[in-house]
Write a new protein. Structure first.
Length: 368
C-alpha cells in the first residue's frame, strides 16, 4: 500500500485538484503548469489539516518529514537556502480552503528572517530600509498570527516612534528607525510570551503551518462556514511560496486584481494597488478603499457573502464614514453591533474587525 502524499510542489498539481490543494493551491498549480511567472512553492494538503485535528492539533512526524523534504526541493528550485548566510530563502505561508473564505484565515509573510539573515539581505540588496521593514513586519505578523499577541501592542510602538521622529507615515521612517522597531517588537514579544523570538527558520515554518491549520477553527472562520454552508470536515490547505516583495521602493507594490469589475460584473480588468507596501495593505484594499468609502460605493469583493451583514456594514460606512474609535464599536446584548450611538444592524462576529480594516484602508489610501 502506497504512503499517503501530503505535500505537492506547484508543478505537481492542477486546477482539478481543488479538494486536495484548496482553491489557491490548485490555481497556483494550474498557472505554474501554464508557464506563467508564479514564484515557486508547495502546498500542504487539506488532508494534512484533517490529520492535524485527528492527531489532537499536532502535525505528526511523517507530515513534518514530508514538509522538510519539499522545503529541500524548493531550495533546489530557487537556488536559495533557509537561514543561509549567503543566499537566504524567505517564504510566505498562506491558507487556501477549497471554497473561497477571504480574510477569514491567517497569513505570514517574510518567514525565514532572523538577526543574521536580515543583515545578509540588507547588504546584498544595498537596501537596509527594505530589509528591516521586512523583519519588523514579520515579527509583528508572526507574533499576532502564530503566538496570538495582539497587533495593537506593535501598532502602539510604531505610533510612538513616529511621534518621536515627527513623521506621520510609516514610509518616512528610516532604516535605523525600522531596526529600532524590530528590536522593540522582539522585546514586546518576550514580555508577552516569556521567551525570545524564534531564530530557527524551520521552527518558524512549522509553527506558521500549525497556525494556519488552527485558523480553520477560529471564530471568524466558523461563522463564515456556518453562513455559507461550508463543511468543517473540508479543512484548509497551506501554501508555502517564495516571497515576492512589494515594499522595495516605489517601483514595487501590493494590491488586488479581478478579471471583472467586482461592483458591476463588467468583463474587464479591474484592480487597485498601493506602491511600496506589503501584505495586509492588500487585504485592506480588498475589504474597503478610499474610492469606495469616499464616493459612497462601499466596495466589497463579490466573493464575500455574509447574507445581510455585509450590506449593513456597507450602509453604515456609506452613511457615517470612518470617523470612529475602536472603543466606540460595541456589541449590544441583542448581538447587534453599535458604533457610538448608531445601530449598524450587523450581527456578524467579525463586524468590529471589518470596520477597523475599512478605517485603516481609508487612512492608507489617504497616505496617513
Amino acid at each position: 500500500m502506497s504512503k499517503k502524499k501530503y505535500v505537492y510542489l506547484f508543478s505537481e498539481g492542477n486546477a482539478q485538484m481543488r479538494e486536495l490543494l484548496g482553491g489557491k493551491g490548485a490555481n497556483l498549480a494550474e498557472m505554474t503548469g501554464l508557464g506563467l511567472p508564479v514564484p515557486p512553492g508547495f502546498t500542504v494538503t487539506t488532508e494534512a489539516c484533517t490529520q492535524y485535528y485527528e492527531d489532537g492539533k499536532w502535525i505528526n512526524e511523517d507530515i513534518v518529514a514530508e514538509i522538510f523534504e519539499y522545503l529541500g526541493k524548493l531550495e533546489k528550485i530557487t537556488g536559495k537556502k533557509f537561514g543561509d548566510s549567503e543566499n537566504p530563502l524567505l517564504v510566505s505561508v498562506r491558507s487556501g480552503a477549497r471554497a473561497s473564505m477571504p480574510g477569514m484565515m491567517d497569513t505570514i509573510l517574510n518567514l525565514g528572517l532572523n538577526e543574521q539573515v536580515v543583515e545578509v539581505i540588507a547588504k546584498k540588496s544595498n537596501n537596509p530600509r527594505w530589509a528591516w521593514d521586512c523583519y519588523r513586519r514579520f515579527i509583528q505578523m508572526y507574533s499576532d498570527v502564530v503566538m496570538e499577541v495582539g497587533k495593537k501592542y506593535f501598532e502602539q510602538l510604531i505610533d510612538k516612534l513616529k511621534a518621536e521622529r515627527g513623521v506621520t507615515m510609516d514610509t518616512e521612517l528610516t532604516a535605523d528607525d525600522l531596526k529600532t522597531l524590530a528590536h522593540q517588537f522582539k522585546g514586546e514579544y518576550k514580555k508577552k510570551i516569556g521567551k525570545d523570538f524564534p531564530d530557527d527558520p524551520k521552527d518558524q515554518l512549522l509553527y506558521a503551518i500549525k497556525a494556519v491549520f488552527r485558523s480553520w477553527d477560529n471564530p471568524r472562520a466558523n461563522v463564515y462556514r456556518r453562513d455559507n454552508d461550508i463543511p468543517y470536515s473540508w479543512g484548509t490547505a497551506v501554501n508555502v511560496q517564495m516571497m515576492a516583495f512589494g515594499n522595495m521602493g516605489d517601483d514595487c507594490g501590493t494590491g488586488v486584481a479581478f478579471t471583472r469589475n467586482p461592483a458591476t460584473g463588467e468583463k474587464k480588468l479591474y484592480g487597485e494597488y498601493l506602491l511600496n507596501a506589503q501584505g495586509e495593505a492588500a487585504a485592506e484594499i480588498e475589504i474597503g478603499t478610499k474610492a469606495s468609502i469616499e464616493h459612497g460605493v462601499a466596495f466589497w469583493p463579490s466573493d464575500i457573502k455574509f447574507p445581510g451583514n455585509i450590506e449593513r456594514i456597507e450602509n453604515y460606512l456609506t452613511e457615517n464614514g470612518v470617523n470612529y474609535t475602536e472603543d466606540q464599536i460595541v456589541k449590544g446584548e441583542d448581538g447587534v453591533w453599535n458604533v457610538a450611538d448608531v445601530v449598524t444592524g450587523a450581527t456578524l462576529a467579525g463586524t468590529k474587525n471589518y470596520l477597523l480594516i475599512a478605517q485603516r484602508a481609508y487612512a492608507n489610501a489617504q497616505g496617513k
